[in-house]
Design a binder for this molecule. Structure first.
Ligand code: BG6
Length: 316
């Protein structure tokens, strides 16, 4: 599998607390790490070795607590939108490597990827009585883009459909939350988790942050940009099959209340989560759903020092 003289593009090794993790390395220098615990991406570095995702210094890498940071997978329930534990159980199950995944209909340009699979155990069936196969591909593109594709299939033999909600709960690393703005969600409707999930309409300006936020933006564009002025870096999210986008920062009070989150760490993270929440996905037996997220990190100076958000949002 080695591409260079000593570079292993896909390596299975031990992570924190002896948990299995996969390291992906792309020939340009970017890398990513994925834990089998949660099927969770915990690191994504650019070709300068700079970490692009936030993981709390207090994260507990030990079942049953989900890892605080990276990209937890929320399935089959987003947050408390149902009777299951918060964000469902996929983020605290041990996934397996899928050595023979069904082929993708479209040819992917990436050769650096890992396929994982999660199937319910008998215990899982007691809390969510549905047979499913959840296949997750995590890939690094040639330019260092991080691509996640989820394929969820109803494999039940009882003829019954099931419904679920979903999110890629991405924790982005930012220099200073007060210097960050999000483009692409202006004028959209959202459900405010801090106000009994009531529906409001966002104003026309880019979103900036000066207090706790926990909003589910509805029917969002496929492209969203996070502009980090201090770092002069822009994250671009492209998503498919995921109409909603959750924006979350716990701010100081909630940060203090979380055992696995540092008191001041809220300043250095922002969750922007590609999601399907408002309208649950329903699958009949044999049907498959696909949800895709592609993340790029580009220097803001690409736009001659002054970032034009329209360019970021409209360029392909
Ligand atoms: C966000 C939710 O996605 O996740 C918040 O919108 C929630 O309401 C947050 O607090 C963190 O959830 P958890 O279960 O990982 O602490």
């Amino acid at each position: 599998m080695a591409m260079g003289s000593d570079m292993v593009p896909v390596e299975l090794c031990k992570g924190i607390n002896g948990l299995d993790k996969i390291v992906l390395r792309e020939s340009g220098g970017s890398s990513a790490e994925v834990y089998l615990y949660g099927g969770q991406v915990t690191s994504w570095k650019n070709d300068h070795g700079e970490e692009l995702l936030f993981v709390s210094s207090k994260a507990i890498f030990k079942p049953p607590k989900a890892i605080r940071g990276g990209i937890p997978i929320c399935f089959p329930q987003f947050a408390s939108h149902g009777g299951l534990e918060s964000h469902g159980f996929a983020r605290n199950r041990i996934w397996s490597i899928d050595s023979d995944p069904p082929s993708f209909p479209t040819v992917s340009s990436s050769k650096v990827f890992i396929d994982l699979i999660l199937k319910p155990t008998e215990e899982d069936m007691k809390i969510w009585p549905h047979s499913f196969e959840f296949r997750l591909r995590v890939a690094l593109g040639p330019g260092g883009d991080l691509m996640l594709t989820s394929r969820i299939r109803n494999t039940s033999a009882d003829g019954k459909p099931f419904s679920f909600t979903f999110a890629y709960h991405t924790y982005f690393s930012v220099s200073d939350i007060s210097e960050v703005r999000v483009e692409g969600l202006e004028t959209l409707d959202y459900l405010d988790n801090l106000q009994n999930k009531e529906r409001f309409t966002e104003q026309g300006d880019a979103i900036t942050f000066e207090s706790e936020i926990d909003k589910i933006y509805l029917s969002t564009p496929t492209k969203i940009a996070i502009l980090d002025h201090e770092k002069k870096r822009t994250f671009v999210l492209r998503k498919d099959g995921l109409p909603d986008a959750v924006v979350w920062n716990p701010w100081d009070k909630k940060a203090k209340a979380m055992a696995d989150f540092g008191d001041d760490e809220y300043k250095h993270m922002l969750c922007v989560e590609a999601a399907a929440v408002e309208k649950p996905i329903t699958l009949k037996p044999g049907e498959e759903w696909r949800g895709r997220l592609e993340l790029s990190a580009v220097p803001s100076s690409y736009c001659s020092g002054q970032l034009d958000p329209q360019k970021v949002l409209l360029s392909s």
